[in-house]
Ligand binder design. Structure first.
Ligand code: GTP
Ligand code: SPV
Ligand code: MN
Length: 592
């Protein structure tokens, strides 16, 4: 029975019910009683495995189909009215054609199944910055993940009242045929249709589909920004707190940076780091002229492999309770989980991510490289007291970054806002297992938004430039790269907690406390200004100078590649702003 009298909601639910023809319809009210019954049902069918209640209370394991383990960018569409509005970097199809094509696939796709109607909110319910969505799905896994990742239930509908302003999300596992898998956004209709997948970013519609693709489009129209950014707070020894928002591509270190534990020397001095968000930021200009950020999510959908007590103890502690693990190793000896990089003791009696008996000596990975934990942010030991703040936190610095063995130095600062937008537009990174396809190939990924921008990338750059005009107290813009390697492919920078050393330099630059070397690409630290106390042996002055160096030859190649990328964006709709070309010319002339 419907939980609302909202006629827009009820008519839409009726229309979808007639299309997908479920055996029954269940509205998710958000009560623990209802959720517990769903967990029990999923366990009874094998969709979830209940883990050791003593060691991992409230935790479950789920395995997706083996051909359904990551986002599928080549099957993800932005169906704006015209190809020009979607731009060269998005797949596009005429909306009417796409609706017709998908309607056939959805027709009767929930026969014999239950259809769940799940109201959810991105942002604290009732906050002026929050936005409502409803996801219709035939997957309990989706309902239970959305329960962790967003605020769900009747309160969302009550707050929506009789408004038509909600995202219409439809997901069906249908036949799970990868050839007919589609993740489709219709930004102008506030609508998302996802079919034939059961993996995270493809089906948890609040996340990438809504909070980035649809929201980025809304943000452009309404004068705010939806970005693929973590948000963290750094408390200095003098008690002053500053917030940083950072955009790195998928599986390039957002969760790790957002929860970092300061190196011993910094803890002793009194530094503290708190996490506001690890993946998505919604940013607005405040009355005070500063840029304010909220995390619209309520949980973390984090990469499991590599998470351990040294790299990210906060993430590990967060996922010790009330967590859903996806595609990790099942340790059948004590009914717990394991993944590569958790510790050096892979379980002897174990089932791998594919559900097969697994021999840790076989040389094959037990957990999928993109295996994940879905954990409530409220359980994170370093969650910020501002996490639930409806107005968010003021941002002092914006950081862009990627995974690059060469070219980009450890850190540099842009000359000003528009140059910073250019630095973001020029981001490039090696691809990771977070999306289907080749891993380790350098590709351009502006602002880490290539797979997530819901409109033409040229218009998106322009929106950044326009936002700069409205923010009177602008954050400074930086670029980082934790991933420079030596000739043997070994990382030269220790990363993780030690990244605070770089954040310290960034915050000092924000306060104009410290000088820098002006180079062709921006301001680069003087090597002696990066604090090496405690890592002098690992990061010698020579290594530090090496990872701070700017190789003009490599940068000329990069600029040429960027020019081609701009030409590609320009080829659909001619929407590249002149400011970006001016910046590119500036870089080329500085490089000589
Ligand atoms: P999404 O959830 O896909 O958006 O990814 P994310 O940006 O949150 O990435 P995450 O923090 O989960 O990092 C993914 C991978 O990067 C893991 O394998 C980490 O071990 C590795 N990583 C993170 N930070 C660092 C670092 O500072 N140095 C090095 N070398 N590796 C890192
Ligand atoms: C990413 O791929 O950037 C993620 C995971 O954060 S997913 O939700 O699957 O998109
Ligand atoms: Mn992400």
């Amino acid at each position: 029975m419907s939980l609302t009298t909202n006629k827009y909601v009820n008519e839409w639910v009726k229309e979808i019910t007639e299309l997908v023809k479920p055996d029954s319809v269940v509205w998710i009210d958000g009560s623990e009683e209802q959720l517990e019954a769903l967990r029990a049902q999923a366990v009874s069918t094998g969709e979830l495995i209940k883990l050791n209640e003593e060691k991992l209370p409230g935790c479950y394991l789920h395995r997706t189909a083996i051909d359904d383990v990551a986002r599928v960018e080549d099957r993800t569409f932005i169906c704006a009215p015209t190809k020009e509005e979607a731009g060269a970097t998005n797949n596009w199809m005429d909306p009417a054609e796409m609706y017709a094509k998908l309607r056939k696939l959805y027709d009767g796709s929930m026969k014999g199944r239950t259809m769940y109607v799940l109201p959810f909110s991105m942002g604290v319910v009732g906050s002026p910055f929050a936005k409502a969505g409803i996801e219709i799905t035939d997957s309990i896994y989706v309902v239970l993940n959305m329960k962790i990742m967003t605020r769900i239930g009747k309160a969302v509908l009550d707050n929506l009242g009789d408004s038509a302003d909600f995202v219409h999300g439809l997901h069906s596992r249908a036949t799970m045929n990868p050839e007919e898998r589609y993740i489709v956004q219709f930004p102008q209709d506030n609508t998302i249709w996802s079919i034939n997948s059961g993996y995270g970013g493809n089906v948890l519609l609040g996340k990438k589909c809504f909070a980035l693709r649809i929201a980025s489009y809304q943000g452009r129209n309404e004068g705010w920004m939806a970005e693929h950014m973590l948000i963290l707070g750094v408390k200095a020894p003098n008690g002053e707190k500053k917030y940083i928002a950072a955009a790195f591509p998928s599986a390039c270190g957002k969760t790790n940076l957002a929860m970092l534990i300061p190196p011993k020397e910094y803890v002793e001095k009194g530094y503290e780091v708190e996490c506001v968000g690890d993946d998505i930021a919604w940013l607005r200009v405040g009355d005070d002229g500063r840029l304010w950020a909220i995390n619209p999510e309520a949980g973390f959908f984090g990469v499991a492999p590599g998470t351990n007590m040294k790299s990210n103890p906060n993430a590990l502690r967060t996922c010790l309770q009330d967590t859903i693990f996806t595609n990790v190793v099942h340790n059948t000896e004590d009914n717990t989980v394991w993944w590569e990089g958790l510790d050096k003791n892979p379980p002897k009696n174990a089932i791998n991510w594919k559900g097969e008996k697994w021999d840790c000596e076989s040389g094959e990975k037990g957990a999928h490289p993109n295996s994940r934990f879905t954990a409530p942010a409220s359980k994170c030991p370093c969650i910020s007291p501002e996490f639930e703040s409806p107005k968010g936190v003021p941002i002092s610095a914006i950081v862009f970054g990627g995974r690059r063995a060469k070219t980009a130095p450890l850190v540099y600062q842009s000359f000003d806002w528009n140059h910073g937008v250019f630095v973001g537009s020029a981001m490039a990174s090696e691809t990771t297992a977070a999306a289907a396809g080749a891993v380790g190939v350098v590709r351009r990924d502006p602002m880490a938004m290539l797979p997530f921008c819901g409109y033409n990338m040229g218009d998106y750059f322009n929106h950044w430039i326009e936002m700069g005009k409205k923010i009177t107290k602008k954050p400074k813009i930086f670029n980082t790269n934790w991933f420079r390697t030596d000739s043997n492919g070994k990382f030269l920078w220790p990363g993780f907690g030690d990244n605070l050393r770089v954040l310290e330099w960034i915050l000092k630059r924000c306060d104009d406390e410290i000088g820098a070397d002006e180079t062709a690409i921006g301001y680069v630290p003087k090597a002696e200004d990066i604090n090496r106390e405690g890592i002098e042996d690992e990061v010698t002055m020579d290594i530090l100078r090496d990872i701070l160096s700017v190789d003009a030859g490599l940068w000329k190649e990069d600029a040429a590649n960027l020019e081609e990328f701009y030409a590609k964006i320009q080829s659909v709709g001619n929407r590249m702003p002149k400011e970006m070309y001016d910046q590119l010319e500036g870089l080329k002339s500085r490089l000589g």
